[in-house]
Design a protein around this ligand. Structure first.
Ligand code: SMO
Length: 803
């Protein structure tokens, strides 16, 4: 693997390829995941789940199950609704509607896998046996499956009381679109769809709930990325005092946005513990994960790009239909992905006029929510694919076409036509560096070679306007406590825990620099809402900005206290002192005057030596309210070979240039980028949750739901540029989602670059061998039978003057 990082300063911990402190524990099997903890007297739960997409529950008979040896209880909606309120994932988006959601289906089921009843037994095996004895009957209703048909449906509603299957409609953009299109030399229209997929975290979801009836307190060990948010929402829905709800999470085996929600099965597990007064554990299996984790990327887009003949972009139009599934997820809602598809589409290009129209459909599928990249992968795919088609039409090199339209350094900060402010970046430089990395290559015999490019910007570390200002219990600040123990070692308590991406390592690097101690002296703790200060959680690539900012401010204040106490003990003005590598020195003089442990000892055990005003302790909670937003940017190139006989696409090379501002740990960022690329490649080539025309999910195992694995992947070459954000405390920007954002476009364009040699194209993801063969055959004049599997697309409406 190449290291294309620009030179780093080795006098600091930030910027170094420090090894992850998390790894020895995880690699030796000593990590504590949700399933690793079983309290005394714990019972085990399993769920009856809806076997059909839409139906009225006509009979639910659990008598035989209750009579089974080892079964403690079977609860249905009637039982849990007495303990838990219903909820709706409504954000303050004008007109957004949703059906009421509850822990267990009440009266009706809305998607395959929706929880219907919970069995609690001595063991999971007994609970699973009891499931077989429960007799559930349904009156099947017609399933709403096609999102494009759903948004205009006048009957057959998923939620009768809403009298619509359109959850939300919005317009985005600005400028004189009609004039731009009227002035165009070339208008390129394409329709693109991405398939519904899901995060498939290695660690499935799970909850271990312990209710204490004497204190009315609830402790829940969860696999989650947002413990404090769930403390608040669980308390609210279960009618408990927030300070009596404790969420615990140690290791998390991947979350990717999917573990940032209130889930019915996790709440039902809590309710079971409340009703029984015993700990109850539920650990999800893979079938449940594929059926009931939030899903994503179910987007249909028609797009039109207007250009002058020299390739200058004049205007853009898009018609987006997002398939939101059965419920608007609480508290992030079902619209975030669609909104990002519509608003990110102009990307890193000068687009003077844009009209984007978004509709979000309610369908009988699992709820759609955020997943790594949240709309960016689709928006970038659409823009980059239509740009390549324009390059072919105008006979301009696709790299030249991009260079002509990329935002230049002197245009930054740049406000996009949808109102996003790109604070900083290296849009042209990143693309130029990418082109330098990609070598020339010859195709293998029988294969078509294709190179695909993509350029992108990405929203990272958004502020409270993103969710909080729209009414959700989600803010944008983080807290971190830094404390020097009596022996001079340092404990860091992170409000925001990791989801596997190494936040303990990066927090220790930041604290080492800002406090002035060695990295090895620091222990980091996270994941217990009773112990750590407030954290908003890991989402939207925010931790390296917001959590790190809070760590830096706490560390700075503790350092000032150390120097103040040292100054008193040494009888030197603290402003003449500095703390480096755990030692107090007079600024600029190498002689060590005092170790941090001596200061710590005085602060803890010898306060009699200190004047009143210095009895302040060495523990500080720092808070950082992040920026409104900071945008990262980058460029990707994929190289593919397409087998003409089989339609199989081989990804043979992959290059990324990534600019996420100041790098705290390049190795961790490399891993984040590569992991994201792999998930993006999955969407482009393999992953699809396949719902049939009845709304039945046909891909509920990993034999049917294809993930990219080692043999399908080349080395992923990562180059870093570091353009600091002017708006963030450390100059950092988020990095975690960038790989996923850029990859579907680069892979798609590479395939079409190959297929264009035979005058063929593909427009729907995943790009399966069958779709490739069909495109090649049809381009050669052969007729294939109609494909019932071709997604319908929303037509672009007639352009109105002055629009
Ligand atoms: S998909 Mo992210 O956790 O906002």
């Amino acid at each position: 693997m190449s290291d294309n990082t620009t030179a780093v300063d080795t006098s600091t911990w930030v910027g170094r390829r420090v090894r992850r402190v998390e790894d020895p524990k995880i690699l030796l099997g000593r990590g504590k995941y949700a399933d690793d903890v079983t309290p005394a007297r714990c019972l085990h739960a399993a769920f009856v789940r809806a076997p059909l997409a839409h139906g009225t529950i006509t009979r639910l008979d659990a008598d035989a199950a209750r009579a089974l040896d080892g079964v403690h209880a079977v609860f249905t909606a009637d039982d849990v609704n007495k303990v838990c309120r219903s909820w709706k994932g409504l954000l303050d988006w004008p007109g957004l509607v949703s059906g009421d959601q509850r822990p267990l289906a009440t009266g009706k089921v809305h998607y395959v896998g929706e929880p219907v009843a919970i069995v609690v037994a001595e063991s999971r095996a007994v609970a699973e046996d009891a499931l077989e004895l429960i007799e559930a009957e349904y009156d099947e209703l017609p399933a709403v499956v096609d999102s494009v048909a759903a948004v205009t449906a006048t009957s057959g509603f998923v939620h009768e009381e809403l009298s619509t299957n359109l959850a939300f409609e919005g317009n985005f953009g600005g400028g004189d679109v009609a004039a731009a299109f009227a002035a165009a030399d070339e208008i390129v229209e394409v329709g693109i769809s991405t398939a519904r997929h899901t995060a498939t975290a290695i660690e499935p979801r799970g909850a271990v709930a312990e209710f204490d009836p004497t204190a009315r307190s609830l402790t829940v060990r969860l696999s989650t990325q947002a413990p404090h948010m769930l403390q608040s929402t669980f308390a609210e829905l279960l009618g408990l005092r927030e300070s009596n709800v404790r969420i615990l999470t140690d290791e998390v085996g991947g979350a990717f946005g999917m573990k940032a929600h209130v889930y019915p099965d996790e709440l039902a597990t809590c309710v079971a513990s409340i009703l029984l007064g015993r700990p109850v554990k539920w650990i999800q299996d893979r079938v449940e994960a594929l059926q009931s984790d939030t899903q994503s990327r179910d987007e249909r887009v028609s797009v039109a790009l207007a250009l002058s003949k020299d390739g200058t972009i004049l205007g853009l139009r898009s018609e987006v239909v997002s398939d939101g599934g059965a419920f608007s997820v609480y508290p992030r809602s079902m619209v975030t992905e669609g909104v990002q598809v519509a608003t990110i589409m102009p990307g890193p290009y000068r687009v003077p006029a844009y009209a984007g129209h978004l509709r979000v459909a309610i369908t009988n599928k699992a709820p759609l929510a955020v997943y790594r990249g949240v709309g960016h992968p689709v928006a970038i795919l659409v823009m980059e694919a239509v740009l390549d088609e324009a390059a072919r039409r105008l006979a301009i090199d696709p790299a030249d076409l991009r260079q002509r339209n990329l935002i230049a350094p002197d245009e930054l900060p740049y406000t996009s036509i949808t109102g996003h402010v790109y604070d900083s970046g290296s849009h042209q430089e990143a693309f130029a560096r990418l082109l330098e990395r990609v070598p020339a290559r010859e195709p293998a015999p029988g294969r078509l070679l294709g190179i695909g490019l993509s350029c992108f910007v990405e929203v990272t570390a958004p502020g409270v306007a993103f969710y909080g200002a729209r009414g959700a219990p989600i803010t944008a600040h983080d807290q971190v406590e830094v404390r020097v123990e009596a022996d001079g070692s340092v404990t860091v308590l992170l409000g925001t825990p990791g989801q596997g991406q190494g936040l303990h390592t990066t927090a220790a690097q930041v604290v080492a620099d800002h406090l002035g101690v060695s990295f090895d002296r620091i222990t980091v703790i996270s994941g217990d809402t009773k112990t750590v200060p407030h954290g908003t959680g890991v989402w939207a690539s925010r931790s390296a900005v917001v959590s790190s900012g809070a760590a830096a401010s706490a560390a700075r204040e503790v350092r000032d206290r150390v120097l103040a106490i040292a100054g008193h003990l040494l009888e030197i003005d603290p402003s003449d002192l500095e703390l480096t590598d755990g030692s107090v020195r007079v600024s600029g003089v190498p002689t060590v005057r005092m170790g941090i442990q001596e200061v710590a000892e005085a602060a803890h055990w010898r306060t009699h030596k200190l004047p009143e005003e210095l009895r302040i302790g060495l523990s500080v909670v720092g808070e950082y309210v992040g920026p409104n937003v900071t945008f990262n940017n980058g460029a990707h190139a994929a190289v593919v070979e397409v087998e003409e006989d089989t339609g199989i696409v081989h990804l043979v090379d992959y290059y990324c240039v990534e600019d996420c501002g100041v790098l705290i740990n390049p190795t961790i960022v490399d891993g984040q980028v590569r992991g994201g690329v792999v998930q993006g490649v999955g969407g482009a080539l393999y992953e699809r949750l396949y719902y049939d025309e009845n709304g039945q999910l046909l891909t509920s195992t990993l034999l049917d739901y294809l993930l990219p694995t080692g043999p399908e992947l080349p080395d992923i070459d990562v180059t870093h540029i570091q353009t600091p954000s002017p708006n963030t405390k450390l100059g950092t920007k988020g990095a975690g989602e960038a790989g996923a954002a850029g990859a579907p476009a680069a892979v798609h364009n590479a395939v079409n670059n190959a297929l264009a040699q035979r005058n063929a194209r593909v427009w729907h993801q995943p790009i399966t061998p069958e779709r490739v063969l069909r495109a090649l055959d049809e381009a050669a004049g052969a007729k294939w039978p109609d494909d019932p599997d071709t997604p319908s697309l929303p037509p672009l409406p007639t352009l109105q003057k002055g629009q």
